[in-house]
Design a protein around this ligand. Structure first.
Ligand SMILES: [Zn+2]
Ligand SMILES: [Zn+2]
Length: 254
């Protein structure tokens, strides 16, 4: 696959000293895609066909609901339902007795008809047009990261001084590195990514432990330091995908 190297957003998040550059880029991409879904893409025939076919996952439906454009959201969801209903009608036919030719063989050997039915039902719920677009953006960002890490000494220095990435994005980075870097370069990046992950998680764990100790009456009045949002930061380190705005709200409460 040919990628357009989009370096500016990557430099910006790296220079912003964020907790995970890929989480920051993912949040940006998700916000753009969610806004576009209810904006210009609502009326684009090609986009509507993709929406109808793939649907939208629960997480991104929640983000669409937050946009307060109920009409646009309802139009998208309505046309997806219209696409889905004939598929459900077809599946209903498969489980009805007496419909010759299409009924699944519920008795006898061979693969379970329930498995066939479940597989087809699951296919109606596993895809998301927004996830799909965000994944395409993220593939490009990972590719750009590896290109800059390989070719630009300033970028590499910035990475070495950073907090590394969250666990899921560290895994994804190394998965991509396996495909595009040679052996010794793979080892170099794996060593650096794991060292940064370990250092960041060690610091966050200490701050989280400090946070829990603040609830001990013996520590009453002790300054919270950086510990108030240690829980949000540790969750983000462990599982990634924490929305930047939610994270900022956590900081504001602190
Ligand atoms: Zn991340
Ligand atoms: Zn999604």
């Amino acid at each position: 696959m040919q990628y357009h190297l989009d370096t500016i957003p990557l430099w910006e998040v790296m220079q912003g000293h964020c907790q995970c550059p890929f989480c920051a880029l993912q949040s940006q991409s998700e916000r753009q895609e969610v806004q576009c879904a209810l904006g210009e893409k609502v009326m684009e025939p090609a986009s509507r066909i993709r929406f109808n076919e793939l649907g939208i996952c629960a997480k991104h439906h929640c983000q669409l609901l937050e946009q307060n454009n109920r009409l646009g959201h309802a139009l998208l969801t309505d046309s997806h339902c219209r696409e889905l209903l004939p598929k459900l009608d077809h599946l209903s036919g498969l489980v009805q007795k007496g419909r010759k030719g299409i009924s699944l063989p519920w008795s006898g050997s061979g693969s379970s008809p329930m498995d066939t039915l479940l597989k087809q039902l699951e296919q109606c719920t596993v895809s998301c047009v927004i996830c799909d677009s965000v994944n395409t953006h993220m593939d490009r960002y990972f590719h750009t990261f590896l290109h800059l890490w390989k070719t630009d000494v300033h970028f590499k220095t910035l990475w070495e001084a950073s907090q590394g990435a969250c666990m899921p994005h560290t895994i994804e980075l190394l998965r991509k590195a396996k495909k595009s870097l040679h052996g010794s370069r793979q080892q170099e990046l794996a060593s650096s990514a794991l060292a940064l992950l370990k250092a960041s998680m060690t610091r966050e764990e200490e701050e989280l432990a400090f946070f829990t100790q603040q609830f001990d009456y013996r520590n009453h009045g002790r300054p919270w330091g950086d510990s108030k949002n240690a829980l949000e930061r540790t969750v983000k380190r462990l599982r990634g995908g924490f929305d930047q705005e939610t994270y900022t709200e956590g900081q504001n409460e602190a």
